[in-house]
Write a protein that binds this ligand. Structure first.
Ligand SMILES: [Zn+2]
Length: 268
């Protein structure tokens, strides 16, 4: 290959990467710049597959009042998404499962899947505290944190290769090609920036849904008391509880104004 041809190819490659980066560089609903390059359809397939696996493999809470109550609180939250974050890409439908698991955890998977452990309901002692957790999880999804995390993990070049190889995307082939399981998207910790953003977006959502935002602070105090047994979603790279509480408190006045205008949420 002649030098000038090679140079031209290199330039073209650089231009393509630049274009992809520009296309993938977006702002989150909270206004932070992020790089989220994995095609949305792959994220959704992966989240849907992982959630289906979990529902099959783990014991579910299906009876009693708990599933309906958790569903009700989630619905109040997601009903407010379009009003609070009109630019966010929200899934058409939100799925929820309550897992019979004593650890106080909750998580969200791409495609609108929210999982709650029954043990969380011992720590989130009322509906508003549950709303603080669910608002946080919904926010992770709205802000595309899973995609951003995956882009960082795989590296920009791998993602570009993936997009190039699978123009007609078959996610099962993609997982195989990358040597990853569908669970990759949920086993990696979120960054501090993601957690802070999810906390503050969740605070806005719960306030708009008519749950007292001050209960978010109570929730994190309960979490801190629950201590050593903290679940991965709420542990790993998370800001210390005190930072988290301080940051929530700083945003409470704005959230309280939103709460004052909201109809009080009613979930039995
Ligand atoms: Zn989180």
């Amino acid at each position: 290959m002649s030098r000038s041809l090679r140079l031209r190819r290199l330039t073209l490659g650089a231009l393509l990467i630049g274009a992809a980066l520009l296309a993938g560089c977006e702002r989150t609903p909270a206004g932070r710049l992020q790089l989220a390059l994995v095609p949305e359809s792959i994220m959704t397939d992966m989240g849907t597959q992982a959630f289906a696996d979990m529902r099959q493999q783990r014991p579910l809470v299906q009876h009693g009042t708990t599933p309906a109550r958790v569903r009700c609180v989630l619905d109040r939250i997601t009903d407010q998404v379009a009003a609070v974050y009109p630019e966010a890409r929200a899934p058409a439908e939100w799925q929820i499962a309550v897992f019979d698991d004593a650890s106080p955890n909750a998580f969200a998977l791409p495609g609108g899947h929210v999982g709650v452990h029954s043990g969380l309901l011992n720590v989130a002692s009322n509906n508003a505290q549950l709303a603080a957790v669910l608002g946080h999880e919904v926010a992770h999804m709205l802000a595309d944190h899973g995609n951003e995390r995956m882009t960082q993990k795989l590296g920009v070049n791998a993602v570009l290769l993936l997009i190039g190889l699978f123009a007609d995307i078959d996610s099962a082939m993609v997982f195989q090609a990358l040597g990853i399981g569908a669970e990759l998207g949920i086993t990696l910790p979120f960054s501090r920036a993601h957690e802070r953003e999810a906390d503050l977006m969740g605070l806005e959502l719960m306030a708009a849904a008519g749950f007292d935002p001050a209960e978010s602070v109570a929730l994190w105090r309960n979490m801190a008391r629950a201590g050593g047994d903290q679940p991965p979603e709420f542990l790993s790279t998370h800001p210390a509880h005190d930072n988290r509480i301080e940051s929530l408190q700083a945003h409470l006045p704005a959230a309280n104004r939103r709460f004052a205008d909201a109809a009080i949420a009613d979930c039995q």
